[in-house]
Design a protein around this ligand. Structure first.
Ligand SMILES: Cc1cc2nc3c(=O)[nH]c(=O)nc-3n(C[C@H](O)[C@H](O)[C@H](O)COP(=O)(O)OP(=O)(O)OC[C@H]3O[C@@H](n4cnc5c(N)ncnc54)[C@H](O)[C@@H]3O)c2cc1C
Length: 431
């Protein structure tokens, strides 16, 4: 009906809803709207040849659907961008609701020890199939290979221009295009500010002899801290540019949960510095220099006759300890008993305050997202409706919202999609 003649549509009673983008947010929005207002005509336009393509490739093909964190105030802390705005949406649709929603569609989720939730089948296609089934059953019209080239609003209705030349007329439009640059342009033309998009969730390229030949080694609980770049004098709330957790040494530098979280919190400042910055690493987690000094003193007493390079702190991989020992100029056969104070102090520094120069950004193949997008100030988070263009709604990654890795990005897509869909369904058709 949305593509029928404009005059005929003006006569029609049902709400005409066009959802642009057949990803997680678009599907959730479309299904919520169609279920809540069965009379509405809901169409999903997907540019590509496949729906839910990111769901399918996500989580290494397993789809990390959400995170087992059920307290909204705690949940929002995993979002470097959007933590304040998501408070309300998460009090209405949070991981518990996601679990129940998918269970009702026959998609059961399981929790891994770190809190990530996956389908019990460990296959992302189970999630995509559940969404496709739900959309079809709810009467949502699904159109593939339908790239939208422009969206305009004439004050009363929306003209959704397809690249094919066809125009669809709609009462409500849900923009769920992910981080597609053209959609930012339409949103800007319709009165919204766009926070410049930059990548988030990446590994750090650190060419450093201390890390050479150590690829594959990991430290269970380390601390990474971004010493520079700083905030450039910004008065805005500063994210904690420090993270604690597992650190993984790669062929190019550093990765692992602590580094990925740091890349998310530091996404913008790292981008602005062209990914050149100083990273401080504490290989002993939260231990202070004093604690490390005491540990080395005890090691010296207990291992006086042994080589320093062969007996370091137990939790540190042996080869990493050896690299740190060599980095401070201690000979391979140097005994603990004869080690002077100077090198001990250098080892303390290497252990808890080692400095590494970041030379660039790597990729993290399991997940990456965009920091930036439609400015949250231009959106009413009770409905996800635009404050500037009535009838226009946003959901998912197009918004200036992104989470750390662990299922948080899909959760914001489910929550914002669901709320937008409900709100569209409940909105009155303009007369
Ligand atoms: C490799 C990878 C793995 C990931 N794994 C996880 C994970 O396990 N857990 C997690 O929480 N997050 C994960 N993410 C992040 C997650 O995929 C995104 O946050 C999420 O997909 C955002 O959903 P969305 O619907 O907003 O956007 P998208 O999923 O990007 O969907 C937008 C859709 O809109 C379509 N579109 C764009 N422009 C147009 C247009 N002009 N006309 C018509 N259609 C258009 C696109 O083709 C696309 O299908 C991963 C991301 C990547 C890249």
């Amino acid at each position: 009906m949305v593509n029928a003649d404009r005059a005929a549509l003006a006569e029609a009673d049902s709400l005409r809803v066009v959802v642009i983008g057949g990803g997680a947010a678009g599907f959730f929005g479309a299904i919520a709207c169609a279920r809540s207002n069965p009379a509405a005509e809901v169409v999903v336009l997907e540019a590509g040849p496949q729906f839910l393509s990111k769901v399918l490739i996500s989580g290494g093909g397993r789809c990390n659907v959400t995170h087992a964190c059920f307290e909204p105030s705690q949940l929002v802390q995993s979002y470097p961008r959007g933590h304040r705005a998501l408070r309300g949406p998460f009090s209405r649709f949070q991981p518990q609701d996601t679990i129940a929603w998918f269970a009702a569609e026959g998609v059961l989720l399981k929790t891994e020890p770190d809190g990530r939730m996956f389908p019990t089948t460990d296959r992302s296609s189970t999630v995509a199939d559940g969404l496709l089934r739900a959309a079809t059953r709810s009467g949502v019209e699904l159109r593939l290979r339908s790239p939208v080239s422009d969206v305009r609003h004439d004050g009363r209705e929306f003209a959704v221009q397809l690249r094919s030349g066809q125009t669809l007329w709609a009462d409500r439009v849900l923009l769920a295009t992910g981080s597609q640059p053209s959609a930012y342009r339409w949103a800007a033309a319709l009165g919204h500010s766009i926070v410049p998009p930059v990548p988030s969730l990446f590994t750090l390229a650190i060419p450093d002899p201390r890390l050479d030949t150590l690829a594959g080694l990991s430290v269970e609980r380390g601390r990474v801290r971004l010493l520079s770049p700083n905030d450039g004098g910004s008065k805005k709330r500063q994210p904690p540019l420090e993270q604690i957790g597992p650190i993984l040494i790669t062929h190019w530098g550093l990765s692992g949960p602590a580094v990925l979280k740091l890349s998310a919190w530091g996404a913008r400042s790292l981008h602005d510095s062209r990914y050149r910055a100083t990273l401080q690493v504490n290989w002993l987690g939260e231990e202070s220099a004093e604690m490390a000094r005491d540990r080395l003193r005890l090691l010296k007493q207990a291992n006086a006759k042994r080589a320093v390079s062969t007996s370091g702190p137990l939790e540190l991989p042996k080869r990493l300890w050896q690299q740190l020992v060599f980095a401070v100029g201690v000979a391979p056969d140097q005994r603990w008993g004869d080690l002077p104070k100077g090198p001990i102090e250098s080892l303390v520094q290497e252990l808890v305050q080692g400095e590494f120069q970041i030379a660039g950004k790597g990729v993290f193949k399991d997940e990456f997202v965009t920091c930036g997008g439609v400015d949250l100030k231009s959106v009413d988070f009770k409905t996800l409706e635009s404050r500037h263009c009535p009838g226009l709604y946003f959901a998912g990654e197009i918004l200036d919202i992104d989470g750390i890795t662990g299922g948080f990005n899909f959760q914001s897509a489910w929550s914002t999609g669901w709320i937008a869909g409900q709100a569209i369904a409940a909105s009155d058709r303009p007369t």
